[in-house]
Design a protein around this ligand. Sequence first.
Ligand code: PLP
Ligand code: ZN
Length: 567
Amino acid sequence: MATATTGYTLKCVPNGHPNSEEETTTYCTECGSVLRVDYDQPSEDLQYPLKNILPDPLKTHPTALKRLGRLSETYGADLWTKLEFEHPTGCFKDRGSYIEVQKARELEADAICLASTGNMAASVAAYACYFNIPCFVFVPEKTTEAKLAQATIFDANIIRIKGSFSTCEQLCREFAKSGNYYLAGDFVFREEGQKSFTYELVDQGGSDMDYIFIPVGCGTNFSAIFKGYKEMREGGLIDRIPKLVAIQPDQSSPVVEGIFKKEKIVKEQVQTMASSVAVPDPVDFYKVLEGIDQSEGMAFTVSEDEILDALKELAVTEGDFVEPAGALPLAAFKKHNEQFSGKKCLFVATGTGFKDTQVVTKHSLNSPVLSADLKKVISYVNSGFIGMQKKSWGKSRDTFMANLKMDKEHEQLYNDYVSKINKKGKTLSNNEIEVLQSLIFDEDTDLKYPVEVLDYKLIMRKHGLVQATVKLSLEGREVVSESKGVGPIDAVLTAIRTETDNVFPLVVENHEIDILSPDTDSLVTVTLTLRNGEQQWVSKGASPDTLEAVIQAFTKGLAIAMKGSHV
Ligand SMILES: *Cc1c(COP(=O)(O)O)cnc(C)c1O
Ligand SMILES: [Zn+2]
């Protein structure tokens, strides 16, 4: 059972200075360190530091405690997972947001604000929305679309910032002072919410774990789980605490490195696909240190390849699709397998794979778009592409497309593309080579191009208008076409269409631009959806230059459309 109580004090962790929550809910006013809720009385109930507690309006059931039967067999240990991604927003953070939002209301804040790598933004937005309190979220520019979509649908005020999570955090901390705002985040009341993990686990019969593997970013969840154990032990509900294992990617490991040095480290640069744990300055470092010391736990790092590997293995063998951070436990376990032989281990599956589908797209070969033609489908199935697509996952893929059965014409076409790109002084990365090959894979080799773009020029006008001058070769004639548009892509396409619409009219219904890497000369793929009457075509172009990719996609699309319509 959960009970609300006002019988507690906020104390800072290293010095025990008492603090008033009307003054601060983040850092000690005396020494600046993190705070913790210290209850006057141990209890048999889960205690929450609130005057009143409302039932969680979004969560309908505890997250599943599931045995990983196949993995247990493979690795000779008793392996379990707690599916924390079963929370309403797909991540364990809901446990903390549920309590933080109620605390913000109790303190009569005008709004909540927080910095987040995405999941906390989604989670606090959901609870703030339900409890009718405005919410400001500061997120780094790289936040995944799914996480942003969640914050958007729950009416958060989204502030996207150039820079890392730590930049967002500093800025948000300043912003919080500009009004009567509750600064949410990895602070004292979140820990109180997230400790319910332990109560739930014990309630489900999971009290006899030897090890609990926890992905660590700020360290708040780790320390919350540990606090749950301590309070359950003080309340006489359990008598032992499992060994807690903190895991970080080796590309972003200030906590793990700090554990070995016994002092807090700040890392300027963190680069990992596990974006939810990419935290340069881990707020709760000292709490993690304490949790590891007192539980006789340990700390590991894992590589990016090991994360990818574990993510795939969880999905394929056990049916659990997690985001990269959620794969850290299995990755660490596998790396130190012998150490855990025969032990009962719990992996905390922190977030769902739907949060970050980009990682999957990026690390496996794209499926080519085939024409609706059974012969083509069968030849595709027999080409070996699909088998290689499966094998391509997370491996170094240097020689990987070499085995693909491309016919002469397609090989020629591919070489043409590559030489054009090389002429721009660019060498293609492996990933770019694969994308290009899968794009060309289904291209018609006997297409007749009615139009060729010989040259183009852009002039910027007022109010974001762009004027394009395009020199075309249209059915053998040279013509110059001029047009204005909102932005360069619109201007160029409109100029081309002014002429080509006389031959075959096409409406550009949609364009998608995919930049493959953060490099300035990254290959860009452009996908256009084109329409004429009831008929629709999709066409792609690829080049390091976005406009050229657009032009390529359009001229090819026109060729495909005219061929398909027997013009
Ligand atoms: C926030 C988060 C973590 C890290 O939790 P901390 O409390 O910051 O240590 C791990 N995985 C996922 C999916 C998260 O959203
Ligand atoms: Zn203090």
